[in-house]
Design a protein around this ligand. Sequence first.
Ligand code: AQP
Length: 332
Amino acid sequence: PSRIFSGIKPTGHLTLGNYLGALRRWAREDQYAAESLFCVVDLHALTVEHDPARVRRLSRQAAGLLLAAGLDPEVCTVFVQSHVDEHARLSYLLECVASDGEMRRMIQYKEKSARAQRGGQGVRLSLLTYPVLMAADILAYRATEVPVGEDQAQHVELTRDLAVRFNQRYGHVFAVPKATLPAVAARVMDLQDPATKMGKSHDATAGIVYLLDEPEAVARKVRRAVTDSEPGVSYDREARPGVANLLEILATCTGKEPEVLAASYEGIGALKADTAEAVVELLRPVRERHAEISADPSYVDGVLRAGAARARELARPTVDAAYAAIGLLPPA
Ligand code: AQP
C-alpha cells in the first residue's frame, strides 16, 4: 500500500470489537506498512443524538487510547477530523457525485435510523450523508488501504464507487482505496446477544467489554457470555454464534485458529475461563498505558496539533485539485 487511513468515532467508550477489528492491527502492522493516518472522526459522532461535553471528552479519550494501543506519533499521524477543514470541504463535492438512493441502501443507515426512530428521536440528515463524509476522510489523503472491521466494509465499497465516478467524470484526482479486514474477529459479537455486533454506543452494556474496564469486570463479562446448551465445543458461526465468538476472541489473543482451539476444549466452562484470562492480559497494557498518557493532557494535545498540521499538508493539494476539476473557479 502507498497510504493507509482509518478512523474511530467518539460515540462511546471503545470496545474489544474496536480493538480487535481495528486498533490492534493499526498499531502492530499498518503504521509500519506505509505512510498512515489514524483519525478520531468526531464529526461523525454528531450524526446521532449527542451530548457536547461527552463528545469532547470521548474524543480526547479515544486519542489517548490510540496512543495507548501502540500508535507511535513518530511513525504515523494521529489527529482529530474536525481540526482539518479539508474533510468537510471535500465531503460537499462528493455529495455532488453521490445519489440519494445509494445512501439509503447503507445497512448502517437503516439500522441507526430505525434505532433513532424507536427512541422517539428524529433522524439527522447527517446520518444519511455520513458515508459521504467518510469517503472524503479517505479520499482526501489518496489512501489506498483502509483497515476496518466488517461493519465498515460497505462504506469503503461506496468510497471506491465515488472515487471511480469522480475520476471518470472530472479527471483523475483520487486513488481508489480498498478495505482490509482482519482474518479473524472482523466482527466481534455482543457477549449477551451474539446475533448483534459489540457496539460502543449500545445501551445494554453487560455484553460489551470496554478497553478501560477493570480486569474483574472484563473477566466477569466473558465468563457470563451467553452460549448455548449443545454439549462440547465446536466452531460454527451459524449454529453456535456465542461459542464461535469466544473462539474467535481467544484465537486473536493466542494466534491459533478457532477450529484448532475448539478441538482442544471439552467444555464451555474451560473455554470461558481461558478466554476471560486472555482478554484481561490483552487489555492490561493498554489500560496501564492509557492511565500514564492521560495523566499528561498536554502530551496528547501536542500529538494532535502536530498530527492535524501534517494531515492538512497532505490533504490540501488533493482537495484543491478536486475543486478545480469539478469546475469551481480557483481563487485568484
Ligand atoms: N464489533 C466489532 N468487531 C470488529 N470490529 C469492529 N469495529 C467496530 N465494532 C466492531 C471496527 O472499529 C473501527 C472503529 O469503529 P467506528 O468508531 O467507526 O464505529 P462503528 O463501526 O460504527 O462501530 P461501533 O464501535 O459499534 O460504534 P457505534 O456503536 O457508534 O456504531 C471500525 O474499523 C469498525 O469496523
